[in-house]
Design a protein around this ligand. Sequence first.
Ligand code: PGA
Length: 250
Amino acid sequence: MRRPLVMGNWKLNGSKASVEKLLAELNAATQGINTVDIAVCPPALYIGQAEQLLANSAIALGAQNIDVNRQGAFTGELAADMLTEFSVKYVLVGHSERRAMHHENDDVVARKFEAVKEAGLVPVLCVGETQTERHNGETKDVIGHQLHAVIKRCGRNSFDNAVVAYEPVWAIGSGQAASPVDAQKVHEFIRAQVAAQSKDSAAALPILYGGSVKAANAKALFSMDDVDGALVGGASLDADEFTNIIKAAC
Ligand code: PGA
């Protein structure tokens, strides 16, 4: 049985003051919720602060990105091993904003996925099609490639102790989430691709939906068999809204 997982991706938002306020509110509002795994991914600079604020909390920490390298002359980068010193559990890899704006191709994403696993952390592989790809009927092709790049590099059991987030690019930040039925079709496809490699990893794999998730649409999305939770952007910056999304997964 898969436990629901709701993750907040704060992207490039926050300040010391807002991190303190948001985490205090979330800690209070999520007390007693024990049927859903919860995580937040602050900007890297605030991970140390967040670790302290979450010391006695069930809310886990995630990072938004890492470098493929473990150490060395890579100015401005961050290694997965460093995150292990800050109680980080999850690392997003292949978010569409990084694929599009930072030119991360499937190969780079697969190398990052591998680096996260080698550090003993849980990679959250983000996959999804653009609007044009969707119109051209290429959704499954695109997502198949994104998954298989990881399988090619990390093997049949790539998705043991990992998470996949289906995030249609057209739905991110647009206010236009995928319909529950459309999300379910893609999630089912993702699980089938993983099952073709390993039935056990497919059965255990949390597959999150991301893209304009709000309290108002969360319950319907979570009612789908293969939607195991959400990766939430904008709505995760508001404690009430994010808590209501978490409660929809209870
Ligand atoms: P959104 O972002 O919830 O603001 O659409 C989701 C994401 O990019 O992870």
